[in-house]
Ligand binder design. Structure first.
Ligand code: MG
Length: 418
């Protein structure tokens, strides 16, 4: 049987306006007004479409298509190993674009008529969620927020703290735990793994501060502490994980993927690993990471805070990994700025939780459909390449002789492989 091949690649900049300004704790001082990401759309020669998305600040990926097109057009659309190899080749140039890979799983699932989690050996299930907040707040406002999420059915919530004064953080956790700790599981994210100080300054923790904080959290029954140290402070992370009575969690942005996280698992840097497939090597590497966590007796639950498509990708992995019954999945929600509608703004059916959990979508592929009207409204296509355009691209960039020479080598390789 002939493999379907990649016939067309399109890239879009998407910017969905937020209903109110949102102040992400991970970029102190940044008034976010839009949910911005780049969307990749892959079409096979028989018209099957696959999508994925990667968060963006602006138009920094304007030239990415010039690599993706020539590297991938004409190749097998369901050949994940090959896609992984091409994205690895692109990464040698200094940037990692693993977020593109899930689009090929979307195609693979659609061709097989199965959701991706089933392709990966998972079973239909209901996934419990935790309400992931995104802003720094004072304790009174936080308690009000926690009560609102509780009323909606959530039984787990993640707070954000990172003041310059450790006492402020400690007071926040103690007060919130006192108010809702008897009825909600509480996690605390301190956003130290990938500190951003580009607008306002951001506090920088060290092992001593993290240990003191872990002690306070243990006393009030916090369920997990997230990213209390820089992501590459491997020795300190191992020391903290061994010391802390509260599980230490992290690992969302390791763009070296499986290789780096395998080493971190061996070194017991965290008790809960949270690689996000959008960053950490795509679905193929992240499912391997979840298996390594299982073997090592550690927990896996992915980071999901990018946009609705990133959430969908990681939701598939959560179900595929079998960890859905053991740990809640991150559900990004921080009204009035970060709402379901803004998060999932180009999806036909937004991922609305039901009483703090979600039934796995039965749809083939990644389980969402792009709302074309919404994409037209919020998105702008900045790249398209198909087989014909690739020929022109090559002629324009390399001339006839060089293009023909490259073509000869490729054809010989294909002929030898078939
Ligand atoms: Mg986090």
């Amino acid at each position: 049987m002939l493999l379907p091949t990649i016939a067309r690649i399109e890239l879009f900049h998407v910017a969905i306006p937020l209903p109110a300004r949102f102040y992400p704790s991970w970029i102190p001082g940044f008034p976010q007004t839009e949910n911005r990401f780049d969307l990749v759309k892959i079409t096979t020669d028989d018209g099957v479409e696959g999508y994925s998305a990667g968060p963006a600040l602006g138009r920094e990926r304007a030239g990415l298509g010039d690599l993706l097109g020539p590297y991938l057009i004409g190749e097998g659309a369901t050949d994940i190993a090959l896609v992984q190899q091409r994205l690895r080749e692109i990464s040698y140039l200094g940037w990692r674009n693993w977020w593109v890979e899930p689009a090929f799983w979307d195609i693979k699932g659609k061709i097989a008529g199965k959701p991706v989690y089933e392709l990966l050996g998972g079973k239909p299930c209901r996934v419990p969620l935790y309400a992931s907040t995104g802003e720094l707040k004072n304790p009174a406002a936080r308690i009000e927020e926690a009560e609102a999420r509780y009323a909606e059915g959530f039984r787990a919530i993640k707070l954000r703290v990172h003041d310059f004064d450790p006492a402020v953080d400690e007071r926040h956790v103690i007060e919130v735990a006192k108010a809702v700790g008897h009825k909600m599981k509480i996690g605390v994210d301190v956003n130290q793994a990938w500190r951003v100080a580009v607008i306002a300054d951001a506090p920088l923790w060290n092992l001593d501060r993290a240990k003191r904080f872990a002690d306070v959290c243990a006393e009030v029954g916090v369920a997990w502490i997230e990213e209390p140290l820089p992501m590459d402070a491997y020795d300190d992370l191992t020391a903290l994980t061994a010391y802390s009575r509260v599980p230490i969690a992290g690992g969302e942005l390791h763009t070296q993927g499986l290789a780096e996280i395998r080493m971190m698992i061996a070194r017991r840097c965290y008790r809960i690993f949270q690689p996000d497939a959008i960053f950490s090597g795509g679905i193929a590497q992240t499912i391997e990471i979840s298996r390594l966590c299982r073997e090592a007796g550690l927990l896996y639950t992915p980071h999901t805070w990018t946009n609705g498509i990133g959430f969908a990708v990681n939701l598939q992995l959560m179900a595929a990994s079998g960890f859905a019954g053991e740990k809640e999945l991150e559900y990004p929600i921080n009204p009035p700025g970060w709402t379901v509608e803004a998060r999932d703004g180009i999806l036909e059916s937004p991922f609305r939780h039901e009483k703090g959990s979600l039934e796995m979508p039965a749809a083939p592929g990644l389980g969402f459909t792009i709302d074309r009207k919404a994409l037209r409204r919020h998105g702008k296509r900045f790249f398209v390449m198909d087989k014909k355009r690739l020929v022109w691209f090559s002629l324009r960039n390399r001339g006839l002789k060089v293009s023909m020479e490259m073509d000869r080598v490729r054809k010989a390789r294909k002929a030898a492989g078939d």
